[in-house]
Design a protein around this ligand. Structure first.
Ligand SMILES: Cc1ncc(COP(=O)(O)O)c(C=O)c1O
Length: 387
């Protein structure tokens, strides 16, 4: 059996895979087992922020691998402390809990919100407000936090204590937090799985105002948009917010599993020894990769993200078959006239990898994708939309 057949036979059928087997890659170019080369506009869903086989990241990770790969959270490891320090210094926050994924980072945020509220407001203040069309993960609590019925329907009963507000509906949000005893608001600045939809400056201001007025924690899910992709280090920085909790994952590790819940002043000491934990969370190899990634997300790199974003938006907005281009930085969504799966399969046949979010095409290229490759890929996207 070849890889396609073995995988179909033995791997659980939770993914609707495209017919491409990775063999190797360099930067934004992928070699498939079919002998063809592909331009990657997906980055393994916003993970490989400096592309594949990236030399500085590989050097950082292999240096740590040559020392020790894991030591458990019973002991100290320099890359873990260093990454936490960098995250705090660059966000103005206080402490970091390391996990292995975005869902786990959000689980930590949910626990922090519940414990903080129980201690400061009373145990009945356990509700967390999230937004319709949000996505926060696949564990049962983060599924419950996700404001999309299609993810809930087969898994009831879900953990209670999640309420959903509509993006843009200030009155509805006010009503929800007035009529229910709430701990926090959890939100994404750009709803990725919800179709790549920014919540907008006005609603970001509303979230800050309502959280302030009702003594709620503001918790920003930066799992997909964070780590440079928005054109700022974290997406909330584009909206001038200062959340109490920031969760991130994906791009932070540059390709190895990591998750982080970054805790601000109000919640810095909520978690005490024994309150939460993880065997693999804060793996030193992942953290060494994270230190390398974060040290390279400087103003020059971020300016490059904004420049590439403007190029894509200008090239595709108004193109035949594309009805809208939404998003922020290098997390962009194309509203298209043909079914998204058909578009993505056509793009693959023409040598370009894209992802899908709801009915839209989602572009998540490497933050340093070379302009000439981006131009080639954009030409292919235009052809796919117009055909
Ligand atoms: C905004 C957001 N939050 C959470 C998650 C879950 O992350 P993970 O798949 O690493 O658990 C995702 C994954 O796509 C995401 O986009």
């Amino acid at each position: 059996m070849n890889t396609f057949e073995t995988d179909s036979r033995y791997v659980a059928h939770t993914y609707n895979r495209f017919p491409l087997e990775y063999v190797s890659g360099k930067g934004s170019l992928i070699e498939g087992s079919d002998g063809k080369q592909y331009i990657d506009l997906g980055s393994g869903i916003a993970v490989n922020c400096f592309g594949l086989n990236d030399e500085p990241w590989k050097a950082a990770v292999t240096e740590q691998l040559g020392k020790f790969q894991h030591c458990s959270n019973l002991y100290y490891a320099a890359p873990v402390a260093q990454l936490a320090q960098m995250l705090c210094q660059r966000t103005g926050m206080e402490r970091v809990f390391f996990a292995n994924s975005g869902a786990e980072a959000n689980e930590c945020a949910i626990k922090v919100a519940r414990k903080w509220a129980a201690e400061h407001k009373g145990p009945e203040y356990y509700n967390i407000v999230t937004l319709h069309k949000s996505f926060h993960g696949r564990t049962l609590a983060t599924l419950a936090a996700t404001g999309q019925e299609k993810y809930h329907k087969d898994y009831r009963p879900l953990p209670e204590g999640f309420l959903y507000a509509e993006v843009g509906d200030k009155a509805g949000l006010e009503e929800l937090v007035t009529q229910n005893k709430c701990a926090a608001i959890l939100f994404e600045c750009v709803q990725g799985e919800g179709g790549v939809m920014p919540i907008g400056q006005d609603f970001a201001d509303t979230l800050r105002e309502v959280a302030g007025k009702h003594d709620l924690l503001l918790m920003c899910d930066e799992v997909q948009l964070g780590n440079g992709r928005s054109g700022q280090l974290y997406g909330y920085m584009n909206y001038g917010l200062q959340p109490d909790v920031v969760t991130t994952a994906k791009g932070l590790g540059g390709g190895l599993p990591i998750g982080a819940a970054i805790l601000g002043k109000r919640v810095a000491d909520v978690l005490q020894p024994g309150d939460h934990g993880s065997t693999f969370g804060g793996n030193p190899v992942s953290c060494a990769g994270g230190v390398n990634i974060l040290s390279r997300l400087d103003e020059t790199l971020l300016a490059g993200v904004r420049e590439r974003s403007s190029y894509i938006v200008e090239a595709l907005r108004g193109a035949k078959g594309i009805t809208a281009v939404n998003g922020m930085g290098l997390m962009l969504g194309l509203e298209i006239q043909k079914p998204a799966r058909e578009f993505a399969e056509l793009a693959l046949q023409k040598g370009v990898l894209v992802t899908i979010a709801k009915d839209n095409i989602r572009l998540l290229p490497a933050l340093n994708i070379p302009m000439d490759l981006l131009q080639q890929a954009v030409t292919v996207l235009k052809e796919c939309a117009a055909e």
